[in-house]
Design a protein around this ligand. Structure first.
Ligand code: PLP
Length: 380
């Protein structure tokens, strides 16, 4: 599939009404998780539910060092200055962490911005966008808004990406293949070697976009990430976010790791306008060495209690590598949603075609206890 001719951001906005619609959508809802969830949660007045376990946030919040860094930034009177130096510092630190050069890092207002921009870029090719269904649809919807055609490939029996089936769909009309690893909504991760082989093979033919939003929560992060495969490849982008393990969803910081050429191309479509305090928080989070391991341990301990309950209730679940669990209730989603809400717990929206499964995010210990008591009542 040929790439669209490079357009300046201005030309592009002027010529693509569909692209404008895509941008309007993302600016109202921040990311796809919020956009899609809003339709289901329309009756929930903010603050009325006791546990909102529907958006896969990190309940334990950011590193104390990140909060301190933001306060220091503001106390130093820097709010009136453009954060040039800080932006470079963050880009360099990320490049160093990922083993790439700074021109291979694209910053985004959340990784949602990277998904949106890449989706629009590939959508403008008017080709096919291959993804696992059900899945996280931000890139997919963005591509569709610009004229791309979405090809959903069913998950395998373990509710993982069926990489062979996805590879088999790749043809001359394919613009991009999107893999979220771990996946949303199922929480499953694909076998590390199978994914690497998939990237080696498929990136020869088309562009591969691997979304690692939840990868810090998985076991064997180092063995699973494909960021190291970006060097020497034109056709691969790996997306990351500070919204999940780093607990900074409200600050909107994400990034992509890709070839310098593709990074430059994406930068003509969006500028990744991060804020000074946000950058300060991201820098401090990356430098807080114990933070990822200790936060992950807290989330996994809570998740283990939920899995124990599901086994006790005889409910099947997808093997989670994330801060959420996808499980089969055997009941219509709407019924489970309403009954859980009556107990004070908001669960995630339905994920067709798996309409007797539900997704529940891990919250604070007291929220999880409430959710477990509610599940016993609703499913027991
Ligand atoms: N990718 C996946 C798979 C997600 O589930 C999410 C959010 O829930 C994101 C990306 C985007 O998150 P953000 O825009 O906050 O970085």
């Amino acid at each position: 599939m040929t790439a669209p001719a490079t357009l300046s951001r201005r030309q592009w906005l002027l010529t693509s009404g569909a692209a404008l619609a895509g941008l309007a959508l993302s600016s109202r809802f921040l990311n796809e998780e919020m956009r899609a969830q809003a339709a289901t949660e329309r009756l929930v007045t903010p603050g009325t539910a006791r546990a909102r376990l529907s958006l896969n946030e990190n309940p334990f919040g950011p590193s104390p060092a990140a909060l301190e860094a933001m306060q220091r930034y503001l106390a130093a009177g820097k709010a009136s200055r453009y954060p040039f130096a800080e932006l470079n510092e963050l880009t360099n630190l990320l490049a160093n962490k990922e083993g790439v050069s700074p021109d291979q890092i694209v910053l985004g207002v959340g990784s949602g911005e990277i998904l949106d921009l890449a989706g629009l870029y590939f959508g403008l090719m008017k080709g096919e966008v291959i993804y696992a269904n059900p899945g996280y649809l931000q890139l997919i919807r963005s591509a569709e808004s610009a004229g791309g055609r979405a090809i959903g490939v069913p998950l395998n029996a373990r509710q993982e990406h069926d990489l062979d089936a996805m590879a088999a769909k790749v043809g001359p009309a394919t613009s991009v293949v999107y893999v979220a690893n771990p996946h949303n909504p199922t929480g499953t991760a694909v076998e590390p070697e199978a994914l690497k082989e998939f990237v080696r093979r498929v990136a020869e033919k088309t562009f591969v976009f691997v979304d690692e939003a939840y990868l810090d929560l998985a076991d064997n992060y180092a063995g699973r990430t494909v960021a190291g495969m970006v060097n020497g490849r034109r056709n691969l982008l790996v997306a990351r976010t500070f919204s999940k393990i780093y607990g900074l969803a409200g600050l909107r910081i994400g990034y992509g790791i890709t070839s310098a050429a593709f990074a430059a191309r994406l930068r003509t479509y969006g500028v990744g306008s991060l804020t000074g305090p946000g950058i300060a928080a991201a820098l401090a989070s990356l430098r807080d060495e114990g933070y990822v391991a200790s936060t992950r341990a807290k989330i996994l301990a809570e998740r283990a209690q939920l899995l124990t309950l599901l086994r006790e209730l005889g409910k099947r679940y997808a093997e989670p590598q994330t801060n959420f669990v996808f499980f089969q209730t055997g009941r219509p989603h709407r019924e489970v949603y309403d009954r859980m809400l009556a107990e004070g717990v908001v669960i995630a929206r339905p994920f067709p075609p798996m309409l007797d499964w539900v997704r529940l995010s891990i919250g604070l210990p007291e929220e999880n206890a409430l959710a477990r008591a509610a599940l016993r009542k609703v499913l027991g």
